[in-house]
Ligand binder design. Structure first.
Ligand code: ADP
Length: 294
């Protein structure tokens, strides 16, 4: 089944990304509310068609830890990507001053399960693990989105992808070769995301407008500095060790997904009920109130 623009009713804008907007849309034939991402690309028809073909394997990416894919189409030089609407939004806007350890455990567990599903079932490396790409709904579910399924799309976007917060592993900074990208690099990004979620702050210096801090300062800190960690007073030894292992400087020292799933931090919380629904509701409401303040 192929989705097209005629079947969609635009409801409202949800967010603005680097490459275009994300809109909440209603798919009339199926009665489903979706999130439609517009990606503006300067590409010819053949390349756009290739992207759609490559995105097609997403129809097989059915997992409770992966945002559902409904279909994609292009109009002129824009690709429109329709996915499950996650009504609490992305983690970067929900973590506030930092999430407690039990919530972090559930988020981490979902992320590792999602990443290992992509790797084992579809042989996909995410390539862009960060809080913005982890979505939450008000049922308390946590799912991954925006992973590198389409080589052509990844390639087309890479040229412009210079964010101000880098989740790149040290070895990625050393080499811009796409071929050196392995799952280990995603494990680094996972560890970095966990520090950010737990502390409420991106842990490296962020380049500013006055260029007091340059991109070089940030990348140098990632490559040459001691990896960041979670504070002892708020996080258990198991939790801190999990992060420390993910943030090993040498990629070969980082654990596999299997090892991460068996790590005491995740096994400890596996049988613990954490009310993720209440957490998501609360985080979402806090965020909404902040937005309404002038
Ligand atoms: P970026 O280019 O920075 O990765 P995106 O274009 O992916 O950002 O998304 C922009 C914003 O839109 C996100 O921060 C998120 O809050 C929102 N968003 C993206 N996808 C969805 C979705 N499936 N459901 C709900 N909100 C979404």
């Amino acid at each position: 089944y192929k989705i097209n623009m005629q079947e969609l009713q635009v409801m409202e804008e949800i967010g603005k990304g680097q490459y275009g907007t994300v809109q909440k849309v209603y798919h009339i034939p199926t009665n489903v509310t979706m999130a439609m991402k517009e990606i503006r690309l300067e590409l010819d028809q053949a390349k756009l068609k290739q992207i759609l073909m490559e995105l097609d394997i997403l129809h097989k990416a059915k997992s409770e830890y992966i945002v559902d894919f409904y279909g994609a189409f292009f109009i002129e030089s824009c690709v429109y990507y329709c996915m499950e609407y996650m009504d609490a939004g992305s983690l970067d806007k929900l973590y506030g001053n930092g999430v407690p350890e039990d919530v972090l455990a559930k988020i981490t567990s979902a992320m590792v399960k999602g990443l290992s599903f992509l790797k084992d079932k579809l042989n996909i490396i995410h390539r862009d693990v960060k809080p913005t790409n982890v979505l939450v709904n008000r049922a308390g579910e946590v799912k991954l989105c925006d992973f590198g399924v389409s080589g052509q799309l990844t390639q087309s976007l890479a040229k412009t992808n210079i964010g101000c917060q880098s989740y790149m592993a040290p070895e990625r900074i050393h080499s811009s070769e796409a071929s050196t990208y392995t799952v280990q690099s995603d494990v680094w990004s996972l560890g970095l995301a966990m520090v950010e979620l737990g502390t409420g702050k991106y842990p490296y210096p962020v380049p500013d407008k006055n260029e007091q801090i340059s991109m070089f300062v940030q990348l140098n800190a990632i490559v040459a500095g001691t990896p960041p960690s979670l504070p002892e007073d708020k996080f258990s030894e198991e939790c801190r060790d999990f992060v420390a292992q993910c943030l090993s400087k040498r990629p070969q020292d980082r654990p596999t997904y299997k090892q991460l799933l068996d790590h005491p931090f995740l096994t400890k919380y596996e049988n613990v009920e954490v009310d993720m629904k209440s957490w998501a509701e609360q985080a979402f409401n806090l965020r909404k109130n902040e937005q309404n303040e002038p």
